[in-house]
Design a protein around this ligand. Structure first.
Ligand code: PRP
Ligand code: URA
Length: 212
């Protein structure tokens, strides 16, 4: 796959360790959910390296000092339903007061085309840094449509985070939305004929919510 300057693939031993457990078909729902959350938290730290801090005055027991904080009200989280819900707590661990919007997408199982069925976003989202989250980036159709939906509603500063991606998905998002930084914890090999990522982890929504 070609290298894109706005695509960041993590190569952290701790993430590799957690991904190995996540992929295992014998990993149960509770552990799966916890791992998605933990990986998301690590990714959130990494994806905030360029965040703009604001100066604040802090009184230590000894003196007043100028320190720097992230303006928490400037962060929003938007999971792509359903599986993106599994990543919300992972970002909330870092920004507990971030507002949450929801975009509902499902892939038509035959055409693999995403269908939007729900969108509810916090007021003022156009002025926030938006974390669009979805554990799986397969063909990239859902992510591209969700990014279109956010941009249509005025969002200018969006970061997309996925736990596992196929090369096709990364290419699709990087080409359609070159302004959006894409953070992926693990790059997988390819898609199978049903649009599933290989080696992948199966259906993330079903494993998170126990629907199969
Ligand atoms: C999965 C996943 C992504 C999408 C990725 O959702 O969570 O949203 O597929 O595939 P794409 O890159 O080819 O669009 P799914 O449609 O299975 O819905 P669900 O989250 O409700 O299970
Ligand atoms: N959605 C999933 O949940 N898993 C895949 O492998 C591809 C899309």
């Amino acid at each position: 796959m070609k290298a894109y300057k706005n695509v960041f693939i993590f190569d952290h031993p701790l993430i590799k360790h957690k991904i190995a457990i996540l992929r295992d078909k014998n990993t149960g729902m509770k552990e799966f959910r916890e791992l998605i959350e933990e990986i998301t938290t690590i990714m959130t730290y990494e994806s905030m390296r360029d965040v703009k801090l604001v100066p604040v005055q802090v009184e230590t027991p000894l003196e007043t000092t100028t320190q720097y904080k992230v303006p928490e009200e400037s962060i929003a989280i938007v999971p792509i339903l359903r599986a993106g819900l599994g990543m919300v707590n992972g970002v909330h661990k870092v920004f507990p007061t971030a507002k949450v919007g929801h975009i509902g997408m499902y892939r038509d199982e035959e055409t693999l085309q995403p269908q939007e069925y729900y969108c509810k976003l916090p007021d003022g989202i156009e002025n926030k840094t938006v974390f669009l989250v979805d554990p799986m980036l397969a063909t990239g159709g859902s992510a591209c449509d969700a990014l279109d939906a956010l941009k249509k509603r005025g969002c200018k500063n969006i970061k997309f985070m996925a736990v596992i991606a196929a090369p096709q998905g990364i290419e699709a998002v990087a080409k359609a939305h070159p302004d959006v930084p894409v953070y992926v914890s693990t790059l997988d090999r390819c898609l199978n004929e049903n649009g599933y990522i290989l080696p992948g982890l199966g259906d993330a929504g079903d494993r998170l919510f126990g629907t199969k």
